[in-house]
Each structure stands twice: as C-alpha cells, then as structure tokens.
Design a binder for this molecule. Sequence first.
Ligand code: 5GP
Length: 198
Amino acid sequence: MPDGFEGAARSRLVVLAGPTAVGKGTVAACVRRLHPEIWISVSVTTRPARPGEVDGVHYHFVSDEEFDRLIAEDGLLEWAVVHRAARYGTPRAQVEEHLAAGVPSLLEIDLQGARQVRETMPDALMCFLKPPSWEELERRLVGRGTEGPEERERRLTTARTELAAEPEFDVTIVNTEVETACEELVDLFRSGTGRMHS
Ligand code: 5GP
C-alpha cells in the first residue's frame, strides 16, 4: 500500500462527477499521470472510439448486445445512458477486486451513475467537480470542439441541471487549474474529508 493511504478513517473509493465539459476526464488523466498508486476504473461504453482512444485503456468499447449481457449478469456497479447517445457503465468485478486489495480507487462517471453508487456503496466519497463559473463551462464546451451545435446545446441543457446537483455531494472541488484540482482530489484519499470511512 502506498504511503499515506493506509489507516481506518480514509476513503478507499472516490467518485468524481460533475457537469459535462467541466474537465473530469482531464483531471482523471492528471491523476493517472502523477499518481499511479490510484487505480482508475475503465468503463464500458457502447459509443465508438474517438481517434486516439485505445480499447481497454480509455474505455472497453462494447456492442449493445455485450452491454445487455453485462447488465443481465449484474456485472455493472452502475450504468447510465449519457447525453441520450450511448450507454456507459462501471464493471463491478474490477472495482470490488481493487477495494478488497486496499487499493485507492477512482470512478469518473456521470451524475446518474454517481447517484447509483451512492446508494449501493454508501462508504464511497462523493466528489463534485465544478467549473469556476457558468461562462467558463460554456467556453470549455465550445472550445472542446468535439460536438456539433445541436449536440452542444443539448449538453449545455444537461449541464445546467447537473450543476444543481452539487449539494448531493460530500465535497466540491473547483476546477480552476487542472493540477490543483488533481492534487485536491488525491488528498481526499489521504484525509477522507467529508465523511468517516471504515
Ligand atoms: P465521453 O463520451 O466524453 O468519454 O464521456 C461522456 C460522459 O460519460 C462523461 O460525463 C463521463 O463522466 C461519463 N462516463 C464515463 N464512464 C462512465 C461510466 O462508467 N458510468 C457512467 N454513469 N458515466 C460514465
């Protein structure tokens, strides 16, 4: 076990959620790069891979039939249809194995999935990643340039509703600067801020 992560009152599982385009993926990538001692769950998704994405690294890219099979087998800890476009889910076995081995584990998932994990794993520390302002969130959504205008509008509508969910979470991190947000997130595993965990 890495230094600083042992002990009773510390979080083992942190769920990172927040509105679309807030930078969850970028913060998670920063954790992956700077803190390999933290395991980040690899989700399954029915959406096609984007250029540069590697199967088994960024996601497990699966067919609709495969996703149905995982649901039927109770193989997913949570799952959701995101942006009305594709299904995403967290493979249950990998999470349980890492937690059983005492490895600090991070889930980077959408709000609907976070709510499911809060119900099924009440010891998880729920972390909300928030933009510095609404204008900044809009700017990031446009700046990313991976979506067309219609899709962008749909995601903004989702983001407005998602921002209102902040009080449901144990802690909020403001994503003003990626590395700072990343370190604040990693600190949650050390301090267990927000709730006590056994
Ligand atoms: P993208 O398609 O841009 O990679 O991700 C779209 C959204 O899906 C992001 O908000 C991301 O957090 C969410 N997401 C990724 N993996 C999962 C998962 O396993 N479960 C849920 N519920 N959402 C996920």
